[in-house]
Design a protein around this ligand. Structure first.
Ligand code: UD1
Length: 369
């Protein structure tokens, strides 16, 4: 039970990248004996996308599971709103904490705010300035209605102020996903994933691709397959494939294009295994947001198959380079990596494993806990 707060704090998570962000917060709430409830919207529902990651991170069973599943953006967002409102009506929490930029983030923030419940957004202020990304829409709108905005890097504060958000709501606390990484590094190191997947340290590339802008159209997906084709001539590739990408490879009849490549394809893997395979890889090719940050922290070269990033610090201080789907850029940077001329990356401010502590301090101050 909480010491002062009679009502609980609701923590919302829905999709795989959210889970790494709530795990350290929950641990800190438990340590500080702060009363909270966990809500899983069920946006991601496959065992490997959800339960396996929960187990890896030691996240407790959710108090509420909304079982939403996949649907169009409108339907998914609307269903989450309907179901989340039902549980807010039962017992109004003091605060709703949302993380990241997925549909669950915006849907729950909106419902809470309209019920005059305070909203805290972890990972606020990141901007790709590309409103065609569903995540960018989710980020901009969530930030506009949040009462407490926790940021991971300095660019976020500048973006939020430009959008008229008052600086007394903004707290530069660092990167909570890096808390998860640091907490789990030793456990991840102990796994023998290299043996399991027949890989050699520093002698394979790790790939993840799932963005609609990369995988929903055949011609875009083919451009990425060209990059993969070039890369696999140089090094073995390990590719845990996202359900969206798998479906589209089948739909566009592109499976045959990768059949004979130097490629190990598998379904999505657990968090600890993924960490192990990231830290032992030669390079990472991805279109994920979080992996740009994790690879930068681990100082593993990361090539991002997007035209921009909402996480510019990973380029300026980390190991990230934006290559889009441009084969020429890909070749240039892959060659740099192989000749050891690629940038090495630096330590990034407040990516130090203490972010959840800083967040909970702010919440305690604000709510007199
Ligand atoms: C979502 C997030 C994205 C995040 C990504 C990480 C939004 C708008 N997008 O995108 O920001 O980077 O998660 O994975 O919230 N599917 C399954 N099993 C699952 C989950 C999804 O098979 O457990 C399938 C769905 O049927 C759907 C596709 O994967 O066809 C896409 O799922 P969806 O949740 O719509 O978006 P993601 O692409 O995963």
């Amino acid at each position: 039970m909480s010491r002062i707060l009679k009502k609980s704090i609701y923590v919302v998570a829905g999709a795989r990248p959210n889970f790494m962000k709530i795990a350290p917060l929950i641990k800190e709430f438990q340590k500080e004996k702060i009363n909270f409830k966990l809500i899983h919207t069920g946006q991601h529902y496959d065992y490997n996308m959800s339960k396996l990651i929960f187990d890896n991170l030691g996240i407790p069973e959710p108090d509420f599971h909304l079982n939403i599943g996949s649907a169009s953006h409108a339907v998914q967002t609307a269903k989450i709103m309907l179901e989340f409102e039902k549980i807010l009506v039962k017992e109004e929490p003091s605060l709703v904490v949302v993380v990241g930029d997925v549909n669950s983030t915006l849907a729950c923030a909106l419902v809470a705010k309209k019920k005059h419940i305070e909203v805290a957004h972890i990972e606020a202020g990141l901007r790709s300035f590309n409103m065609e990304m569903p995540e960018e829409i989710n980020r901009v709108l969530t930030d506009q209605i949040s009462d407490i905005l926790f940021t991971t890097e300095k660019s976020a504060m500048i973006n939020l102020k430009r959008e008229g958000i008052s600086s007394d709501k903004i707290f530069f606390v660092g990167n909570i996903m890096i808390d998860s990484l640091i907490m789990n590094l030793e456990k991840a190191k102990e796994l023998n994933s290299l043996e399991k997947y027949e890989l050699k340290k520093n002698n394979y590339a790790l790939i993840t691709l799932h963005r609609p802008s990369n995988v929903d159209k055949k011609e875009d997906l083919k451009k990425l397959l060209n990059i993969i084709k070039f890369l696999q001539e140089k090094i073995k590739i390990f590719f845990p494939i996202h359900p969206r990408t798998k479906k589209n490879l089948e739909l566009f009849d592109l499976e045959k294009d990768i059949e004979n490549m130097n490629l190990y394809i598998t379904k999505p893997i657990g968090y600890l295994e993924f960490l192990n395979l990231m830290m032992n890889s030669k390079l990472v090719l991805t279109d994920s947001g979080g992996i740009q940050e994790e690879a930068s922290f681990l100082k593993i070269p990361v090539l991002t198959a997007r035209n921009e990033t909402e996480r510019p610090i990973t380029i300026d201080e980390g190991t990230n380079t934006i290559i889009g789907n441009d084969i020429f850029k890909a070749k240039r940077y892959i060659k740099e990596i192989f000749s050891s001329n690629y940038k090495k990356g630096k330590d990034i401010e407040k990516w130090d494993g203490q972010t959840a502590i800083r967040i909970v301090q702010v919440i305690k101050r604000k709510f007199n806990i």
